[in-house]
Design a protein around this ligand. Sequence first.
Ligand code: AMP
Ligand code: ZN
Length: 477
Amino acid sequence: MEEFTPAVDNTVRMYACGPTVYDYGHIGNFRTFVAVDILRRFLLQSGHKLQHVMNITDVDDKIIRNAARDKKTVQEYTRKYEDAFLEDMGSLNLERPEQLVRATEHIQQMAEFIAALEKKGIAYRTEDGSYYFRIAKFPEYGKLSKKDFAGMEVGARVDVDEYEKDNARDFALWKAPKEGEAFWESPIGPGRPGWHIECSVMAMKYLGESLDLHAGGEDLTFPHHENEIAQSESLTGKTFARHWMHVRFLLVEGEKMSKSLGNFYTLRDLLVKGHKASSIRFLLTSVPYRKQLNFTFAGLEQGAKSVDRLRTFDARMRMTQLPAGTNPMAQEAAAKAKQEMRAGLEDDLNTARASAAIFDMVREANTLADRGELREGDKASLLEALQQFDEIFAVIKDDDAEKMKSAMEWARAHGIATAPGTAGSGISDEEVNQLIEERNAAKKARDFARSDAIRKQLADAGILVEDTKDGIRWKRK
Ligand code: AMP
Ligand code: ZN
């Protein structure tokens, strides 16, 4: 463990590899993006300024092939997925990076970068007009992934997107055009950039030659980030990134997520099945980024319950009138939670430790409140701690119904089946029943703010609730 400080002033210059926009984002992608969001929010909370750059990979072999197949331009093909990605970021309350930049808008700079590498004898051109990086020219190759390439074949080459793991080869910086596929004109000839070059070029353009931090999923360590280092450092002679953050791969029901195993979920798949965005975000933060997180539907249910407990507590603190004064035990619980949340996140972003701290506080405060021992003057301290938590975790504001509604609308417009019982309202029968139960409990506890909020949530979801002499009945509008 090392202390993290930005190199120059108080501003953290960080680059996080963004999505390849050839399809909708899956929950594995979002584990990484949520982890980066936690990092950015914590840096801000710690008083840093941020220059956070994220790229949109809107050109690669798959995109070019799919666009050609669909008879679309690269831009027509990718824009739909880029828009969807931005909307998904909103669903998960991911803050926008300061700069969101598209690869296709930096093609000229990439060509210039490659030309500069060629001038130094590090890049070379092949007969067809492609350019490769000569890794023999960068003796430190392998230092990030800690691989030893001593016995590698000199001059062996690999096409950029179809690399073999554990095998070091000269990699493509620029690829000559192929029949019927999109290409760009550039000072080094016609073609398209390799995948790795875009990140070196955009990171250095917006952040300078040496970044404070570079992030991505663990699969990017090799070859993507190793290649970014090779390209950038062999050109500048300076350390490319002072710190790296790699997020462990998400498992689903204990296995690697894959379409063939039937355990592959986009964020939209889950919303359309009636799962709340806040439960998904909460679940994705529940395990520290470096540890294995196994996504399960049981875990998602648990996540929903946890978020609910926090929301109920928040409403309780805002709405109940308490006797004047303070209770030292409540004050102590709030102070301890604040301190422990910071300590947890300073501990390599230990999100599990930070959220355990808030749940401890909520439990203690609820117990005091139930016993009639909580005081009016305690509410502010407890709410302050809750706010400190939510600045990072961002799950307390309840806009789940709206988000689900727009996911359902999207599903309908695309002819995608929604969960049975949701009838396109974004809420399942089971959830309606649960909410009605919660509303009764809130009414009993004279927590009218909560019961009104639930009534509004149900109304927004198109649920009509009637109080009859036989109890409560409900129907869909
Ligand atoms: P891509 O859209 O494939 O370029 O990936 C976007 C980001 O998601 C990258 O940082 C990947 O490393 C990350 N990623 C992909 N799959 C997973 C997964 N199963 N768990 C965590 N991160 C992932
Ligand atoms: Zn990248």
